[in-house]
Design a protein around this ligand. Structure first.
Ligand code: ADP
Length: 310
């Protein structure tokens, strides 16, 4: 049975009469990792703040595991772990001291604090850093501490705002692996503007632009949008475009500056095999044929800047 951990209904937030977030609705199930994507100023942080009960919506509601955020904020917030864009770290404490404080703040009972700190450290790879002052840790380890404080009370939902910003590639890889692992036990919402990050860690994607959801679906659906109906073909002795256009299913041919041909074909057909056979029989010197994928960046731009392109 699917357990709904987050239900956001018609969330709207006005700032001075302007809608920063407009009528956003979605649900999240246990074990899902949701990537929340959008350009700067799209409304990601505002949505996150409403989901975590840090900002009241002008309209709409949030339920965490069925508990209404406005009616029962204390109970609903206890089910969430939140890592804001700027981690709330007390830098002059050691990792152990800080996590013990975080556990207390999250309502972990005194007799369970030690075990909670131990578990969070193990999950975030921090055990070796227990006695280190937070201010002396690298940014990657500080981010781990930020994630550890978000999961210290073993919440159902973990919300992470831009968790890999400012980290080096190795730290990014480690934090992404950690987030993916968290997705097994918790529901995770992750805001980011890094597209490959979403492809790597998330199974669900939402794209927000100018306060409105412009895409809400599985990562597979987003990936499918990348597979267009185009082939890239390299021929040593290319025929005329008209000859190619005469082949069944070929709709257009474009010569690219790198010498390759981009062949657009009728949706639903895949003329690669036929093209290869014809190329061989006619001695066109075929040396390359492969699908021409739209980059994820292009899909994103298509979804978020449609009105500019129109
Ligand atoms: P994102 O996190 O996607 O970058 P935000 O949610 O921070 O976007 O911002 C969405 C919009 O709301 C932006 O236009 C931003 O300028 C505006 N905004 C955010 N916070 C405030 C605020 N406290 N007062 C007025 N406008 C705000």
């Amino acid at each position: 049975m699917t357990i709904l951990t987050v239900e956001a209904s018609n969330l709207t937030r006005l700032y001075g009469g302007r809608e920063a977030v407009s009528d956003v609705s979605f649900t999240l199930s246990k074990g899902e990792v949701l990537g929340f994507l959008g350009p700067n100023g799209a409304g990601k942080s505002t949505t996150m703040k409403m989901l975590t009960g840090n900002l009241a919506p002008s309209n709409g509601s949030v339920k965490i595991c069925g508990v209404d955020m406005i009616e029962n904020p204390k109970e609903a917030k206890a089910l969430i772990g939140y890592l804001p864009e700027t981690p709330p770290l007390y830098r002059e404490f050691t990792v152990d001291e800080f996590l013990a404080i975080a556990a207390r703040l999250h309502g972990v009972s005194a007799k369970h604090i030690r075990a909670a700190v131990q578990r969070a450290k193990e999950r975030c790879g921090l055990t070796e850093m227990s006695k280190r002052l937070i201010e002396n840790l690298s940014k990657g380890y500080q981010q781990r501490v930020g994630i550890a404080q978000a999961i210290i009370h073993n919440p159902m939902v973990v919300i992470l705002d831009e968790p890999t910003v400012g980290l080096d590639p190795i730290q990014i890889r480690d934090i992404r692996a950690l987030i993916k692992e968290l997705g097994g036990e918790h529901s995770v919402i992750l805001s980011t503007h890094i597209l490959p990050e979403v492809e790597m860690i998330c199974d669900h994607v939402q794209i927000i632009d100018k306060g409105k959801l412009v895409f809400n679906g599985s990562i597979d659906v987003l990936k499918k949008q990348r597979h267009g109906n185009k082939l890239l073909i390299g021929l040593n002795n290319p025929p005329s475009h008209d000859e190619l256009l005469g082949l069944a299913g070929v709709e257009s041919v474009e010569a690219l500056p790198n010498g390759l041909l981009r062949v657009r074909y009728t949706a639903g057909q895949m003329p690669a095999e036929m093209l290869a056979q014809v190329a061989v029989s006619k001695g066109w010197g075929l040396h390359q044929i492969n699908p021409d994928q739209t980059s994820l960046e292009d899909v994103f731009v298509q979804l978020t800047y449609q009105d500019v392109a129109a």
